[in-house]
Design a protein around this ligand. Structure first.
Ligand code: EPU
Length: 306
């Protein structure tokens, strides 16, 4: 308790941005599930990010970087240490010819809308993918139409020692829903090179994809998007359906009846209930097909308080 207070007080004195304690993470995730963050900071700028990382490094405090919480399950006991909420920081967007420089806190939908408006094509694979640009790069988010890192030139980040670094695309060793970033680093900015195309065509592609997504995914209910990565040559949703698990319910959580790779929060679901369904889906798919499903979402925190 004394440690918690001193961390909060120290950060409060150092940072320009807000410092909160025991903030419920449920309201910061798409799932609307999760326990509290011991300390949550909203860095006001780059200097705040560096200062917070330095304190965490000096005091050996774990740091969780939070964007919009769209691809995350926070367990019911919450997250100890420091949660750095970047949803209100690094919101700049600048177009220059076929390049767009974009702050890490910008929403994927905003970047996509701007590129369409400026007749720049390439990012349509992000259609319907929620989240911030920083989070999207970390998970190399995308769809069958392409992933975000395909069009990335470079990212600027702050490493866990508080040093700024710039990495070119090839240094990220991007793969399907993964990339390699220095451990504990915070992405602050990214630069994309796109191609010119007819704005009407870009808009048409986006709206076709959105219609398809609305038909096939449970967009009207709280979820964390796809739970599992697609295994090579197959689809996690198809495998979960094949295992007969669509519609399976545990408390307030349910494997979506619409899409087998989604778990939805019907209201008041706990992380434990979601986790139970995840484990059940993995076990049944393994037993029926021999395929080991890998998580696409990030699971963070402790199952219970204390
Ligand atoms: N399918 C089933 N049963 C289901 C769900 C899907 O048989 O319950 C079959 C479909 O019929 C289709 C195939 O599986 O033949 C693929 O389904 P879908 O087109 O819905 O795409 P997906 O591979 O399940 C991927 C991304 C989604 C993205 C859609 C856009 C992954 C893990 N998922 O889903 O991304 O929105 O393409 O089409 O790559 C996310 O990352 O959070 C996410 C939702």
């Amino acid at each position: 308790m004394i440690e918690t207070l001193s961390l909060q007080e120290r950060l409060h004195g150092l940072l320009k941005g807000r410092v909160l304690t025991e903030e419920s993470l449920a309201s910061h995730t798409y799932f609307r599930i999760g326990g509290p963050a011991e300390v949550m900071v909203y860095p006001a700028d780059l200097e705040d990010v560096k200062a917070a990382l330095k304190v965490a490094q000096d005091e050996a405090i774990p740091v969780l970087i939070l964007g919009s919480g769209s691809n995350m399950l926070v367990l019911d006991g919450g997250v100890r240490g420091l949660v750095m909420n970047l949803s209100e920081t690094f919101l700049g967007l600048e177009v220059s010819g076929e390049q767009i420089r974009c702050g890490a806190g910008v929403r994927t939908s905003r970047l996509l809308a701007l590129s369409a408006m400026r007749s720049l094509t390439g990012l349509e694979g992000l259609t319907g993918v929620p989240g911030t640009i920083g989070g999207a790069i970390k998970g190399n988010a995308g769809t069958s139409l392409g992933a975000i890192i395909d069009h990335l030139d470079w990212v600027r980040l702050v490493d866990r020692l508080g040093e700024e670094r710039c990495l070119a695309r090839k240094e990220l060793s991007a793969g399907y829903r993964t990339c390699r970033l220095p451990m504990g680093s915070v992405i602050v900015e990214a630069c994309f090179t796109l191609r010119r195309a007819e704005a009407a065509e870009i808009r048409e592609t986006i709206s076709t994809l959105l219609v398809r997504r609305n038909l096939t995914q449970p967009v009207e209910v709280r979820s964390a998007g796809c739970i599992f990565k697609n295994p090579p040559g197959d689809f996690a949703g198809r495998l979960v359906e094949h295992a007969g698990l669509k519609g399976l319910r545990r408390g307030g959580a349910q494997i979506s009846e619409k899409h087998g790779n989604f778990i939805v929060n019907l209201g008041g679901a706990t992380a434990a209930e979601v986790f139970w369904l995840i484990e059940r889906a993995r076990a049944e798919v393994m037993a029926k097909t021999g395929v080991a499903l890998e998580l696409e979402i990030q699971i963070v925190g402790s199952p219970s308080a204390g």
